[in-house]
Design a binder for this molecule. Structure first.
Ligand SMILES: [Zn+2]
Length: 486
């Protein structure tokens, strides 16, 4: 019986899909999605006033108030019957002035510029020190895995300099742990170090510049232990005077798979202050648009984007995050506005969710997925939008796990902008992960080649590809409309 009904449903879907996909969205509120509206929101979210939208900061609260105000204006329902906020708690760290960072070579002092030559890790502790530096390879002390960068070298009272990431190799198939910054910092501190400098891999084809990041990993916060990502030329200034460069240190370590730690003669002179809170209340912003069909309205499409970014440092720099993810948030707001104007309304209900704390580890999305305001069985699918304003074409992830949903996007794109690339993948990815892990089908909208300015000061609204931004937002809207009316 159930099977037969399903078969009928499927055949009906095929008959009506190509013509109906269109008529369903034909009252096309998509025309209200314009690059001007998108950019207006994006510019505000990426503005200095919002300071990089670090959850727990005043800037993030302003973003939350703006979005919730707009949801109220278009009369979305709340999920909790009170307001648009879903509260959760996260670790929070503020990086404060005064701060400076300099290299001292004998009598020569080289002052460096924050945001260019170095960036603090989001969970840096405070520090005020002048100390010699020791290069400690990958910063790993795992003798049980046959490798210890700290063996036979004294780092007491010194600052260590290590590669930010773990090696791309292992020894006898034994995988290294503690690849994240906090764990490397804790290992350094246990050996007596008083601060840590991270460098990118100099031998990468395009070495990563210092970036803003609040991903830190598990463990206690060391409130008096500074963690700084320095640029490669700064690392070489510190190494200067030894018989190495950072490049050949990496080459030797990687080719021998043996530690090569070096005490350096040069020093760092630094000062930074911080204010840390183990638990700070932050919010996801959630708005519901009820479906028009008396039965199908009990089913939901979740459409989400993370509202947060990686904040500001010492009042000197802030990370605008115009692409990451002011773009997805602006698109989500505009899609909600379009749906609120659509007539007739979609048959299924929609939950618009602006996630907190993606940058710190998907905390907002995990919390929402674990505390859904409706039964999980009633969730038709989840659409995520993250970094959709920079690049040259459109990619929709999730096509391998949910080809029937991906094909809807493909069909719509074929009739419109023809910007969708064939490459797709399994479901999940960033904020889509917690939903996919619960068995919910997901689509992940992203622009291709999206990450040139990722977590850099240069991720600004003026870099965005506005036509592409509009096209991908319309595609996401129409795909969502088709899924809701299917
Ligand atoms: Zn990001």
């Amino acid at each position: 019986m159930l099977l037969r009904r399903l078969a009928i449903c499927i055949s009906l879907m095929f008959i009506y899909s190509s013509s109906a996909l269109y008529s369903q969205t034909n009252n096309d509120a998509a025309s209200t999605i314009t690059k001007n509206e998108l950019m207006k929101t994006d510019r505000y979210l990426a503005s200095k006033e919002l300071g990089g939208r670090l959850p727990g900061s005043i800037g993030y609260t302003k973003a939350v108030n703006f979005i919730s105000g707009e949801l109220k204006r278009i009369d979305l329902k709340s999920a909790n019957g009170k307001n648009y906020f879903q509260k959760l708690k996260v670790e929070y760290n503020e990086i404060l002035a005064p701060e400076h960072f300099a290299v001292i070579q004998n009598d020569k002092r080289i002052n460096h510029t924050i945001g260019k030559d170095y960036v603090y890790r989001g969970f840096t502790g405070a520090g005020k020190l002048t100390a010699p530096v020791v290069f400690c390879g990958y910063g790993l002390a795992q003798p049980d895995k046959g490798y210890d960068d700290y063996a036979g070298i004294d780092v007491k009272g010194k600052v260590v300099m290590v590669f930010k990431y773990n090696p791309k190799w292992n020894i006898d198939g034994k995988v290294f742990t503690n690849g994240n910054p906090r764990e490397k910092a804790i290992v350094a501190a246990k050996h007596g170090a008083i601060g840590i400098l991270f460098t990118s891999f100099p031998n990468d084809a395009e070495p990563q510049s210092p970036i803003g990041s609040v991903i830190n990993g598990e463990g206690e916060q060391m409130i008096n232990f500074s963690e700084i990502h320095i640029d490669l030329p700064v690392a070489d200034e510190l190494i200067d005077g030894s018989s190495y460069t950072l490049k050949n240190l990496q080459t030797i370590i990687d080719s021998t798979k043996k530690p090569l730690s070096v005490s350096l003669t040069n020093q760092v002179d630094l000062e930074v202050h911080t204010k840390y809170e183990k638990e700070k209340e932050v919010v996801n912003v959630v708005g519901i648009l009820e479906g028009s069909d008396p039965v199908l309205k009990n089913e939901y499409l979740i459409i989400g984007a993370h509202l947060d970014h990686v904040g500001s440092q010492a009042g000197k720099i802030y990370f605008p995050g115009a692409n990451d993810n002011a773009s997805g948030s602006a698109a989500l707001l505009q899609i909600a506005r379009a749906f609120s104007k659509s007539n007739p309304r979609p048959k299924r209900s929609l939950a618009f969710v602006f996630f907190a704390s993606e940058e710190q580890g998907l905390y907002g999305a995990k919390f929402f997925a674990n505390n859904l305001p409706f039964p999980k069985e009633k969730v038709k699918a989840m659409i995520n939008m993250d970094c959709i304003g920079y690049g040259d074409s459109i990619q929709v992830g999730g096509g391998k796990s949910a080809p029937e949903l991906w094909n809807i996007a493909k069909e719509i794109d074929d009739k419109n902008d023809k910007l969708l690339v064939a490459a797709t993948g399994n479901g999940g990815g960033a904020d889509a992960d917690p939903f996919f892990e619960k068995g919910i089908k997901t689509l992940y909208f992203v622009t291709t080649n999206s990450y040139k300015h990722l977590h850099m000061l240069s991720d600004k609204p003026e870099t965005l590809n506005q036509n592409l931004f509009e096209a991908i937002t319309k595609l996401a809207y129409r795909t969502a409309a088709a899924i809701c009316n299917q």
